[in-house]
Write a protein that binds this ligand. Structure first.
Ligand code: V47
Ligand code: SF4
Length: 378
């Protein structure tokens, strides 16, 4: 493939020379390339390369969405299993909550005033909340907000509902689609490598199951997102192998909309205590690295999303020159990362999203959940 005419990138780290050549020739990067990119201290070369790839795909447009997170319950049967999570709790824990449908509809009412285009709905795996509750929630939301896209339930929640209902995950997905679900969020993937999974989420849905459920969704015409939880016990090889499995599924289905690396937050959870990491989140260097390397390895993805909630709005803004074209959205009220010590705001006003993008010298585009432009700014 012919490369763009930009100035030749000259890495300071000689290990990156063959990678620069490959990217300039439009060649796909390998496992070894990915590991070298994570290992290098030459962050600016990673950023320049990722920026070049992103500009080829998205020009100087940066997307954001007016979205609203809804978390129906924090009660989760896996609260002792996912040792990295501070959100999921037992039903008797202080602060445990489960929304009635009316409470969820009332929280969603804010959508009318602030122009929400997407509900992002995820939560814990509640032993007693049946599939019908979720189907009623989706139908009720669609009735009340017919133009708002519903992005709901991680593969882990879908597998849980299938298990308690004695259904297949495909059947659950079909019911969800009929009830108005338009796409799936990318959570629950964590790190696919079995050794890491054993350490941070033993007995949680295996990698193969997570990938199978996303494949099923794609086959039903439900697009989805995908994630990697980084910054805990995983190695660079674990990160790259995980990303390459996502690339493989994307080659097969084309159903992923975007990739979102998630920065591990160590407060108020077992893993943070075990690692002696409380109060020390990931560094800006590693946050930018994960975004840039994601852009470079996932050559078949249209978009790379920074979750500003986890890496701060400032790092997200800088990442717009490190291969990122999507700054998530307004969010309104985030709970999962804040339970684990995030010090970022729980939501950002629409105008602030526009300002962050503009000040980075990029063109803000308010998108819908499927990346169709809704409003473009100069
Ligand atoms: O699945 C849990 C992660 C995920 C912690 O699809 C943690 O557009 C960091 O998936 N530190 C939920 N991460 C969030 C998620 C997401 C977020 C934004 C956008 C999208 C999307 C998806 O959060 C969980 C888990 O992987 N998580 N605990 C923690 N302590
Ligand atoms: Fe439950 Fe999800 Fe937290 Fe695991 S990450 S404990 S499945 S809420």
């Amino acid at each position: 493939m012919a490369m763009d005419q930009g100035v030749r990138i000259r890495p300071r780290d000689p290990a990156l020379v063959p990678i620069v050549e490959k990217v300039e020739a439009g060649e796909r990067l390998s496992l070894g390339d990915g590991v070298a990119l994570f290992r290098t201290r030459d962050l600016l070369t990673v950023g320049a390369l990722a920026d070049r790839v992103n500009r080829r795909k998205n020009g100087d447009r940066v997307f954001f969405v007016a979205n609203q997170h809804l978390n129906p319950t924090n009660v989760c049967v896996l609260n002792k299993v996912c040792v990295f999570c501070s959100y999921g709790v037992s039903p008797t824990a202080p602060g445990a909550y489960t929304m009635s449908l009316d409470e969820a509809f009332a929280e969603a009412e804010e959508a009318r005033e602030i122009g929400t285009r997407e509900f992002h709905i995820v939560g814990g795996l509640h032993q007693k909340l049946r599939l019908q509750y979720y189907l009623d929630l989706f139908r009720g939301l669609k009735e009340r907000h017919p133009t708002v896209h519903i992005k709901a339930l991680t593969a882990v929640e879908i597998a849980h509902l299938a298990r308690i209902e004695g259904m297949t995950t495909l059947q659950v997905l079909q019911e969800m689609k009929q009830a108005g679900v338009d796409s799936l969020p990318g959570g629950g993937a964590e790190v696919f490598g079995p050794a890491v999974r054993r350490e941070i989420a033993e007995k949680k849905l295996a990698a193969e199951e997570w990938l199978r459920i996303h494949r099923e969704a794609h086959c039903l015409g439900i697009p989805s997102n995908c994630t990697l939880l980084y910054g805990h016990v995983e190695t660079y090889e674990d990160r790259v192998e995980h990303i390459l499995r996502l690339r493989e599924l994307q080659d097969e289905t084309g159903g992923f909309l975007t990739y979102i690396p998630l920065a591990y937050h160590p407060d108020h959870n077992e893993l943070g205590r075990r690692l002696g990491r409380e109060g020390t989140a990931t560094t800006g260097f590693d946050d930018l690295k994960n975004l840039g390397v994601g852009r470079l390895l996932l050559d078949n993805f249209g978009h790379i999303k920074t979750h500003w909630i986890m890496v701060t709005p400032k790092i997200s803004q800088v990442s717009l020159h490190f291969g990122v074209d999507d700054v998530e959205g307004t969010v309104v009220l985030e709970k999962i990362t804040h339970a684990a010590g995030a010090r970022t705001p729980v939501g950002l006003p629409y105008d602030e999203m526009v300002r962050l993008i503009r000040e980075a010298g990029k063109r803000p585009v308010e998108r819908d959940a499927l990346y169709r432009p809704m409003r473009e700014f100069d």
